[in-house]
Design a protein around this ligand. Structure first.
Ligand code: ADP
Ligand code: AMP
Length: 216
């Protein structure tokens, strides 16, 4: 299955991707995670991407399309993949169509819908594990021990771009550049909208339903 997870920043794409890939046995491909890994390793790509990410802007299409093209050409993507955070612009969506044109295109686009008023609280309270990347929230999905990952014992941190000011920029970038993808994929008959303002496991079950799976 070749799936795109769509939704505003904070909708729960990364959280749901953790659950979806365990059920579907396909790789989770997050452009945000790839950029953060490049920043941590201090590569040229990371330094370039950081200039945009720190301001809440999108990394230019050519750069982002290039890293996705290389990633989906890897052997582990032959049986499908889950894209999280890509595409984020219409040109990226069209580039993805071109990349997949010999493989029958995408199978589904899952749009996690969350009202804007919840997103700032979700993003400013988000914490991530330095070691394994697991996603937590100070109140909605707190770790058992403060600042310690339940899964691997790693230390939790707050992303530099999860400050209130940067979050506001990211939400307006989403409305202007990414939200038009909802209509784009609806017209192609690929879109499934799933309400994201439910408990994490309920959202996962409903995403499964949209894919024709019964995970109750
Ligand atoms: P995205 O990848 O779409 O930016 P995340 O998966 O990182 O979003 O989730 C953003 C924040 O919201 C995290 O702190 C996460 O723990 C929290 N979160 C995710 N899903 C839910 C949910 N269904 N209810 C409450 N909080 C959630
Ligand atoms: P995310 O982890 O998905 O919230 O992404 C973090 C940041 O990485 C975004 O705010 C962008 O600056 C950058 N980014 C991630 N995916 C893309 C993309 N598809 N296009 C452009 N920039 C991206």
């Amino acid at each position: 299955m070749k799936i795109v997870l769509l939704g505003p920043p904070g909708a729960g794409k990364g959280t749901q991707a953790e659950g979806l890939v365990k059920k579907l046995f396909i790789p989770h491909i997050s452009t945000g995670d790839m950029f953060r890994a490049a920043i941590s390793s201090g590569t040229a790509l990371g330094m370039e991407a950081k200039r945009y990410i720190d301001q809440g802007k999108l990394v230019p299409d050519e750069i982002t399309e290039g890293i996705i093209m290389d990633r989906i050409a890897q052997p582990d993507c032959r049986g499908g993949f889950l894209l999280d955070g890509f595409p984020r612009t219409l040109p990226q969506a069209m580039a993805l169509e071109e990349m997949l044109k010999d493989q029958g295109g995408l199978d589904a686009v899952l749009d996690i819908s969350v009202e804007p008023e919840h997103l700032i609280v979700r993003l400013t309270g988000r914490r991530m594990c330095k070691k394994c990347g697991a996603i937590y929230h100070l109140h909605y999905n707190a770790p058992q021990q403060e600042n310690v990952c339940d899964l691997c014992g790693g230390e939790l941190f707050q992303r530099d771009d999860d400050t209130e000011e940067t979050v506001k920029n990211r939400l307006s970038v989403y409305s202007e550049q990414t939200a038009p993808l909802i209509e784009f994929y609806q017209k192609k008959g690929l879109l499934h909208v799933v309400e994201g303002n439910h408990p994490i496991n309920t959202v996962l079950v409903n995403l499964g339903k949209a894919l024709g799976q019964n995970w109750n």
